[in-house]
Every structure is written in structure tokens, then in C-alpha cells.
Design a protein around this ligand. Structure first.
Ligand code: ATP
Length: 269
């Protein structure tokens, strides 16, 4: 089914970010079937990661953005659940520390860019440096607006240096966020995740939508495309993200390095 493959953001329609865009319409697959399909993609990633590491020509950067409870943690757990832990790093970007605030906004980000052979996963990212200041009106427009170009330049430089970049916006509807936040309030295992501040962000739903639209409009590039993931259904989400990553890795033409010629014919006693 054609609608079940993510396409990089290039058109206005993908930038809409309405509630209806949080679901795949006409999806007839059942949860079980999706979970199996997802598992297949997850195993593909795991296999591809072995040759990705050995090949060592590329690094891979996966950026995950999304509102509170959009499933960033769950996506990481599922999609990278089968990958060799030695082959990937996860970086979570929190409110900048005192030290970080005294540097340019990409300083802390650049340090977390994976080296060749590695997959780096960003749980939030440099895009917070547009979102938060814009929505919370922390700096003048001139400052956050200039960051689109700064980020595009930064990502272009990374890409030219072997970093393959994929950016995913996990898009949930307002109702689904409500359900998930309520869950956090009532479920003892999720309670610790509840932050009162999340409710403030929820009240500014439309401001965040606008800010995300700005990001999609200005920073989905050939070298670092954005994908909007319909994320109300977790199985659909995992499947779509995993598949996009696996397809991208497969397209790189990865190969194991040729053995050292002196190795040929060695006999081990
Ligand atoms: P998540 O919701 O991603 O699971 P969390 O709620 O467990 O994360 P927090 O300790 O709340 O993690 O840190 C995330 C918070 O840090 C978010 O509110 C995010 O907007 C904020 N943040 C991240 N980067 C920046 C930034 N560059 N500028 C301002 N705020 C930022």
C-alpha cells in the first residue's frame, strides 16, 4: 500500500500537521501484522548495521522530534532494539546548562554527532533551539529565524563529511496526547514521566504547530530531509520509521572492506 511509505517533506500538504495527519488512512493492517512487519524491519536494520560499522564510510544521524508523549522514547526502544549497543549512541537534549548557554547553540550538538561507522540517535535536537525560544518568546524573531539557515549550513557540512541525516517528526493528535498524558497520571510506571510543564506546552498547541511548520518548511533539504510520521498508532509509527531507516541504509551500497592481501593464504596452526 503506497501510503505506507514515508516520503521526505517537499510539499505544503505534508506541512499541514492537522489531527487527521496523525493517522494513516485506509490502513487495513491489524496490530499483530504490523508488529511482525515492524520486527522484520528492525532485524533488517540490525543486519545492515553490521556492514555499516565495517564499511565505516558513513555515520548516520537520526533526529527525533515531537511533542510531549509523541513516542520518542518508545520509537528508540523499538526501532533500535536489535542493534548492537556498540554500534550506536543516543543523545537526549535537555534544557541547556549554564555552560551550554554560554556557547553557540550548535556547540553541544556537534559534540554528539556520531563518528563514521556509528549510528547516532538524537532524542530532541538542535531544533529545540528554534521551537522553545520561538514559542516561549525567549529571544527576538531575528535570532531564531536565522537558525534555519545556520542549521541547514551545519547539516550540509556534516552531510558532505559522510554523515547521513534522517529527521523524523513524530506527529500525534491533540486527543492522543491527552490520552497519553492521562495515562502518565494514572499509571504508576509512567507517573514519573509526568511534568506539569507539559501542560503549559499543551496549552500552546497551536504555537508549537506553527513552529514545527516553520521548521518543516525551511529545513527539509536534500541532504537532511524531514519525514512526518503519523504517530497516533505506535505500531504504524515503529514500522514506518524502521522501514525508512532500513531503506536508506540499504541504498548506501555498503560493503565489507576487502581483506588485507597478506591475509590470504594464512594458516592458523
Ligand atoms: P522527553 O519529553 O523528550 O521524554 P523529558 O521530559 O524526559 O524528555 P526533560 O528533562 O523534560 O526530558 O528535558 C526535555 C526538555 O528540555 C523539553 O521541555 C525541551 O523543550 C527542553 N529543551 C531541550 N533542548 C532545549 C533547548 N535547546 N532550549 C530550550 N529548551 C530545550
Amino acid at each position: 500500500t503506497h501510503a505506507m511509505k514515508l516520503k521526505p517533506v517537499t510539499s505544503k500538504k505534508q506541512i499541514r500537521l492537522d489531527d487527521r495527519d496523525a493517522r494513516v488512512h485506509g490502513n487495513t493492517r491489524e496490530g499483530d501484522e504490523l508488529e511482525q512487519a515492524s520486527q522484520k524491519e528492525v532485524e533488517r536494520i540490525s543486519e545492515l548495521q553490521r556492514v555499516f560499522y565495517a564499511d565505516a564510510r558513513f555515520a548516520m544521524l537520526i533526529v527525533l522530534q515531537g511533542r510531549d508523549a509523541s513516542g520518542k522514547d518508545g520509537t528508540i526502544r523499538k526501532v533500535f532494539g536489535a542493534v548492537n549497543p556498540q554500534g550506536c549512541t543516543v543523545s537526549s537534549f535537555k534544557v541547556p546548562t549554564e555552560l551550554e548557554r554560554h556557547h553557540d547553540f550548535l556547540w553541544r550538538v556537534h559534540q554528539q554527532i556520531p563518528p563514521r561507522g556509528m549510528i547516532g540517535i538524537f532524542n530532541r535536537s538542535h531544533y529545540e533551539d528554534i521551537l522553545v525560544p520561538r514559542v516561549h518568546k525567549l529571544v527576538p524573531k531575528k535570532i531564531w529565524n536565522a537558525r534555519y539557515e545556520q542549521i541547514n549550513d551545519f547539516e550540509r557540512m556534516l552531510s558532505a563529511n559522510g554523515v547521513v541525516i534522517l529527521k523524523f517528526l513524530l506527529h500525534i493528535s491533540r486527543d492522543e496526547q491527552k490520552r497519553r498524558l492521562e495515562d502518565r497520571l494514572t499509571d504508576k510506571q509512567k507517573n514519573w514521566k509526568f511534568r506539569v510543564g507539559d501542560l503549559d506546552d499543551r496549552r500552546q498547541w497551536n504555537d508549537f504547530t506553527k513552529a514545527y511548520r516553520g521548521i518543516l518548511e525551511n529545513t527539509s533539504t536534500k541532504w537532511a530531509p524531514w519525514y512526518v510520521v503519523p504517530a497516533d498508532d505506535k505500531h504504524v509509527r515503529d514500522w514506518l520509521v524502521a522501514r525508512t531507516i532500513a531503506d536508506c541504509m540499504e541504498g548506501l551500497g555498503l560493503a565489507y572492506p576487502k581483506p588485507d592481501p597478506t591475509v590470504a593464504g594464512i594458516e592458523i596452526e
